[in-house]
Every structure is written in structure tokens, then in C-alpha cells.
Design a binder for this molecule. Structure first.
Ligand code: C5P
Length: 233
């Protein structure tokens, strides 16, 4: 498991998503379905993309009381996705409940990973808006350790934190990292970014890439470039 590129399909509807995926006539990329698409197209889009042969990271970032998260995860476990996630900020009990909810009667379940701090949050915002005054890296490491102790499989974090997460939580604890930009690309709203090649050097297991691929004039070429720089480097 790992060392792959996941395309963030942040589209508004089914037609746009299928139109985008139709361009990939060779290898079927691993795709991430986020809130925008899931809220507009529902579970049907998950089943449809799975039926087309893609692996799916369902990025709904659950964050609620343990009972609600457990029951919601039980629903999601029926969708046959490969990775689900939640916010580590929901606490250890919530994460344990999520694992229970996600586990099917036969003992199998999708991988479950936790968001530590969003890559759009930097130290200044964390202190001034969230009133968390610890160093960002310490917060990320503590949230990652909480996720590991709750039985999760990994975290979503910045590539810049991947190595430390592996050191603290083990080499098999997955690091799934957004905030990826080509060397010459625009940063947009992401604060902590790096290139696919650097992410690999830093120890990322999966990179999540959205706009550098989806907003490109040639998304297939942009995806293939990511794969070359990350998976095959
Ligand atoms: O377009 P871009 O490459 O910035 O997309 C990154 C994707 O990763 C988006 O779908 C965003 O929601 C997601 N993400 C993130 N930071 C996190 C968790 C998920 O950017 N910590």
C-alpha cells in the first residue's frame, strides 16, 4: 500500500467528474471524492466511480460526537471505498468509535486516516483563530499519536511533516499529503506546499493533488508528470 498519486476530484457534479475521468484512457487513477461532489451527487457517484475501476479516498472529514460518527462510518463502510477520514480534533474516543463503525461484520474495513491540521492553516492562524498556542508541528505530532493510539491507519498531513509522523508513529502508519504544487505552480489557498518529488523524499505515502491536475489544460499529462515525479522517481 502506498507511494501513489491521488487526484482530488473537486468538481460540482457527476457530468463534470465523468467527463474528467473519461480522459484517462490508460491506467485508472486513484481518486479522492470530497464534500463538494459527495454533497451534490451522493453515494451514487461513489458507486459509479468504483464501478469504473478506480480506487477511492472518500474525504468527508467527519467530526462529531462518537455515537454519530460511529453510525455514519457504518453507513460509509457499505460503499466499498478504499480510504475514509475524519478530523483528529474530534478526540480519541470519537476516532475509536469511527473504527468500530467502519468495521464490517466480517472484520474488514476501509483504511481510516485522520486530518491533523488542514494544510491551509499555518502557525499564525492556529494561534490567532483557534487559540492553540503550541508549535504547529507539536500539534500535528500529538494528533497523529492520538490517531495511532485509537487504531487508525494514518493521517492526512503536510508533506513537510511526513517524516516526523513516521518517526513517531511507525513506518507503516500512512502519511497522505495534500498541499502539492509543481515547482512553477501557483500556491492558491494552501499555506504549506511542496512538489511531488520533494514529498517523496520527505516520506509521503500518498500525495493528494487537486488543482495542479484538474485545472491544467492537459490533466492527463499533469497526472503523468505527478506520477513520474512521485511514484517513479
Ligand atoms: O487543489 P489542491 O491540490 O489544493 O487540493 C487539495 C485537496 O486536498 C482538496 O480536496 C482539499 O480539500 C484536500 N485537503 C487539504 N488539506 C487537508 C486535507 C485535505 O488540502 N489537510
Amino acid at each position: 500500500m502506498g507511494k501513489d498519486v491521488i487526484i482530488a476530484c473537486d468538481f460540482a457534479d457527476i457530468q463534470t467528474t465523468y467527463g474528467f475521468l473519461d480522459r484517462f484512457t490508460g491506467e485508472k487513477p486513484f481518486v479522492k471524492i470530497g464534500m463538494e461532489l459527495f454533497y451534490s451527487a451522493g453515494p451514487e457517484i461513489v458507486r459509479g466511480i468504483k464501478a469504473r475501476g478506480h480506487r477511492i479516498f472518500l474525504d468527508l472529514k467527519l467530526h462529531d460526537i462518537p455515537n454519530t460518527v460511529k453510525k455514519s462510518m457504518a453507513v460509509l463502510s457499505g460503499l466499498d471505498v478504499d480510504i475514509c477520514n475524519l478530523h483528529a480534533a474530534g478526540g480519541i474516543d470519537m476516532m475509536k468509535a469511527a473504527v468500530e463503525g467502519l468495521t464490517r461484520p466480517d472484520g474488514t474495513r476501509p483504511l481510516l486516516i485522520a486530518v491533523t491540521q488542514l494544510t491551509s492553516i499555518d502557525q499564525t492562524r492556529m494561534e490567532s483563530e483557534l487559540l492553540i498556542e503550541k508549535p504547529l508541528q507539536e500539534v500535528v505530532m500529538r494528533y497523529a499519536a492520538n490517531a495511532a493510539s485509537a487504531g487508525l491507519d494514518g493521517v492526512v498531513c503536510s508533506p513537510l511533516e511526513a517524516r516526523l509522523v513516521h518517526e513517531r508513529c511507525g513506518k507503516d502508519f500512512l502519511t497522505v499529503t495534500p498541499g502539492i504544487r509543481f515547482a512553477e505552480g501557483a500556491q492558491g489557498d494552501q499555506q504549506r506546499v511542496t512538489t511531488p518529488a520533494k514529498a517523496k523524499l520527505l516520506g509521503s505515502d500518498y500525495i493528494v493533488v487537486g488543482r495542479p491536475i484538474t485545472a491544467s489544460e492537459d490533466p492527463v499529462a499533469a497526472y503523468e508528470r505527478c506520477v513520474r515525479e512521485f511514484r517513479d522517481a
